[in-house]
Write a protein that binds this ligand. Structure first.
Ligand code: FMN
Length: 307
């Protein structure tokens, strides 16, 4: 049975995964936190926590809450910063078989460019995932990923500063996701991942206050799966580069749905909070499905539900 995939066919080094199951940024730490719970080397790839140039403390508490079929978070990119990541985390990753992709976030285009430059050529890092669901400080705080122009601008600046494979992660909080996808593909993305969290809110009716310290946050988990699936389906039709599906995936059949919508790989996020082994369970679920259906190669399933 062949589950291997190539996520960056146009890149010099490429991004070869032994299987299509990745972890979603911000839900699996730096991978190191999970290595004693199961054999994380069996996964296709690990995407680490969102990384900014300087360390960040994140948003005020409370920052996490459960909703029916999902979770709201407003972590606000708490992280150790790129310097500590290179010094403390990358040397550990360099010893691993599983590729590690660094998720990067910035407040300006220059910050994304500086991050890309700093991470280029660091042993242990196999690719970058560019989180464009961040407020663009120089444009009044709208997310970079909302408009094709700003999304392409960030992508081009990252592309110009690294030889690593570049994945661009799209936000669902836009009315024109296919146009954003086309723009980032044209600007040099090797692959596209989607979706990030869906903007949401909850209010405590007794205190008459927003439940999250930041007032609004991002919704994830099973509640967003149908939204993510429809967006993946739409983006796959719009671009020629590989697409990675994410949003509410908790089982092998969830993953197969995304693959049939046209995704070459999948990311498991919130499910890891309920079951830390979820990414491995998803992988084993895919393998069982393929065995049962007599599928020899995962590529036979990619886009099976496309028109
Ligand atoms: C607590 C938490 C932190 C997250 N942090 C990041 C992040 O730093 N960068 C990023 O691109 N996405 C981040 N995400 C979004 C996830 O990677 C993923 O896109 C989203 O949660 C949808 O997938 P899921 O429903 O499987 O969780 C975060 C999500 C959660 C729940």
């Amino acid at each position: 049975m062949n589950l291997s995939i190539q996520l960056a066919p146009k890149n010099r080094t490429g991004l070869h995964l032994a299987n299509p199951v990745m972890t979603a940024s911000g839900t699996f730490g730096y991978g190191t936190e999970y290595s004693h719970l199961f054999d994380i080397q069996r996964l296709g790839a690990i995407v680490c926590k969102g990384t900014t140039f300087k360390p960040r403390d994140g948003n005020p508490q409370p920052r996490l809450m459960e909703t029916p079929s999902g979770m709201l978070n407003s972590i606000g990119l708490q992280n150790i910063g790129v310097k500590a990541l290179i010094k403390e985390k990358a040397p550990v990753w360099a010893e691993w078989r599983v590729p590690v992709i660094v998720n990067i976030a910035g407040e300006t285009v220059d910050e994304y460019a500086a991050l890309a430059k700093k991470l280029d050529g660091v042993p242990g890092i196999s690719g970058l995932e560019v989180n464009i669901s961040c407020p663009n400080i120089s444009a009044g705080g709208a997310e970079f990923g909302v408009h094709p122009e700003s999304a392409a601008h960030v992508t081009a600046s990252v592309r110009a500063n690294t030889s690593l494979p570049v994945l661009v992660k799209l936000t669902p909080n836009t009315g024109e996701i296919a146009r954003v996808a086309t723009a980032v593909a044209k600007a040099g993305a090797d692959a596209i991942s989607l979706i990030n969290t869906v903007r949401g809110m909850a209010i405590d009716v007794f205190t008459r206050q927003a439940m999250l310290g930041n007032r609004t946050g991002g919704l994830s988990g099973p509640a967003i799966k149908p939204i993510a699936l429809a967006m993946v389906y739409e983006v796959v039709e719009a671009v020629e580069i590989p697409v990675i599906g994410c949003g509410g995936i908790a089982s092998g059949t969830d993953a197969i749905e995304f693959i049939m919508a046209g995704a070459s790989a999948v990311q498991v996020g919130t499910a890891s909070f309920i079951n830390p082994r979820a990414p491995l369970d998803v992988l084993e679920g895919i393998e069982q499905f393929m065995a049962r259906e007599g599928i020899e190669d995962i590529s036979e399933l990619v886009g099976a539900a496309q028109r």
